[in-house]
Design a protein around this ligand. Structure first.
Ligand SMILES: Cc1ncc(COP(=O)(O)O)c(C=O)c1O
Length: 448
């Protein structure tokens, strides 16, 4: 066992150390070679060391270097070394972190990490929290609590009776809500196409004056961190308006919520803490390994009502927090361990510095591109830059060009009718010199 695990560590370290010198996107030959893995199920056992070698030989070269310093696609963080190390140790523990009485260590680590997170985001200490796979599932989790609460007030028990015959819930979102929010609303039976979409401004922020008249039961979904622009809705106004009629406010803060950890950015999250539930990711800006998302709900009873499970063979709820009383899953890995280790290592100042540093890198990208005459389409307030290189075809050519050139990887988007390159700086590993190297490469590709 020792030899095999040490071999795995050696290979992992060699992989990470090689990220700086390889192209960010996998080479076409490496992708073609994956065909070798597409074999029949072996009749007989194989030496585990040979299996690992096969994995490394074929798997590693065909990965996208998301763990490296110059991947700027989507909104993707790397893994801080402490987070990865904690992930390895927790993997060895192999805890099914559902009940305190069975897995006390991971349950306590979750509880402590959640308490710290509530402090970081400025939420009341009485909020409930859940470690889930990502923001999509955090939406499902928090919105199930919202569904419970708004229907309970109307005298309807949704967990017992489902949605058949229930009072209809009005659901309101901004026109630039992330697609995963619609998916989550569909999954919990609130429908994707009956949602009321509120027009947005030139940065993708919901226009508060365009909110419809709300009639109970209603849920308003806001956003901290538009996936294209990084812009944040005006929560102070929206939450105040929604709460006048008792509507539940749910916040999509997949990455933007982390702005609350930085005093100079806290203005962007003003009023966010007044909402009723929140969804965010730890695998984005906190830089823990995939997958790791978080749901928070002000009304802890509503979340427990939606998620708790009881059965004769399962430990009953006691004094201690059982993680699975708050999550869609019963059996689950102990995601809180990496989050605890990362927060413990960074501390308040280290976390603020990580977020600030990536925002600074983002601004440098925007300045460098604008200085070369390219149009930056968004107000660069967080870690997203949208840049146009001219007509849509030219912009698409530059995006494809930089992806093939390999110094860095940036994606493409169409935002408010304009085709753009998206640059998102979310990784702890990105340095100033990575930004300069990447800028040079993008400008070289754009002028060729
Ligand atoms: C604003 C926003 N919401 C939701 C999501 C979905 O998050 P996840 O992929 O972790 O489910 C993302 C992912 O980029 C996002 O940026």
């Amino acid at each position: 066992m020792r030899e095999l695990l040490e071999c795995s560590v050696d290979r992992a370290i060699a992989y990470l150390e090689g990220l700086d010198t390889r192209k960010v996107a996998p080479a076409p030959e490496a992708i073609a070679a994956l065909a070798a893995l597409d074999e029949g199920f072996p009749e007989r056992p194989t030496d585990p060391a040979a299996v690992l070698q096969r994995l490394d030989d074929y798997g590693s070269p065909a990965t996208m270097a998301m763990a490296g310093p110059r991947f700027f696609g989507f909104v993707i963080g790397g893994s801080l070394p402490v987070a990865l190390a904690a992930n390895w140790l927790a993997g060895a523990w192999d805890q099914n972190s559902a009940f305190f009485s069975v897995t006390p260590s991971t349950s306590v680590l979750e509880k402590v990490a959640l308490r710290w997170l509530l402090e970081i985001f400025g939420f009341p200490s009485t909020c409930a929290g859940a470690f889930v796979t990502g923001t999509t599932v955090a939406h499902i989790t928090a919105l199930a609590a919202a569904r419970h609460a708004v229907l309970a007030r109307a005298g309807w028990n949704v967990e017992a009776d489902g949605l058949f015959g229930a009072p209809p819930i009005t659901v309101v979102v901004g026109a630039e809500a992330h697609p995963t929010l619609f998916k989550a609303l569909g999954v919990i039976g609130l429908g994707r196409s009956r949602i009321v979409r509120v027009p947005v401004d030139g940065q993708g922020r919901m226009r508060p004056e365009a909110l419809p008249r709300l009639v109970d039961p209603a849920i308003v979904c806001t956003q901290v961190g538009n996936v294209n622009t990084g812009a944040c809705d005006s929560h102070r106004e929206i939450v105040e308006y929604a709460h006048q009629t008792g509507a539940w406010v749910h916040v999509d803060g997949a990455f933007g919520l982390w702005a609350a950890a930085v005093p100079s950015l806290a203005y962007m999250t003003e009023g966010v803490a007044e909402a009723d539930s929140w969804a965010t990711d730890a695998h984005k800006w906190l830089n823990v390994p995939y997958d790791s998302g978080l749901a928070f709900v002000r009304n802890a009873d509503a979340l427990r009502a939606a998620m708790a499970v009881t059965a004769e063979y399962l430990p009953a709820a006691g004094e201690q927090r059982n993680p699975s009383d708050y999550t869609p899953e019963l059996s689950r890995r102990a995601r809180g361990v990496e989050v605890w280790a990362t927060l413990r290592a960074l501390g308040r100042s280290g976390l603020a510095e990580l977020i600030e540093r990536t925002c600074r890198h983002t601004r440098r990208f925007a300045e460098g591109l604008a200085a070369s005459g390219y149009q930056v389409l968004n107000e660069v307030t967080l870690n997203q830059v949208l840049v146009s290189f001219g007509d849509p075809e030219t912009t698409r050519r530059v995006v494809a060009g930089i992806q093939a050139e390999g110094t860095c990887w940036c994606g493409e988007t169409v935002w408010q009718g304009q085709t753009a390159m998206r640059i998102s700086v979310s990784s702890w590993a990105t340095t100033e010199s990575d930004v300069e190297r990447s800028l040079e490469a993008i400008l070289r590709v754009a002028t060729n």
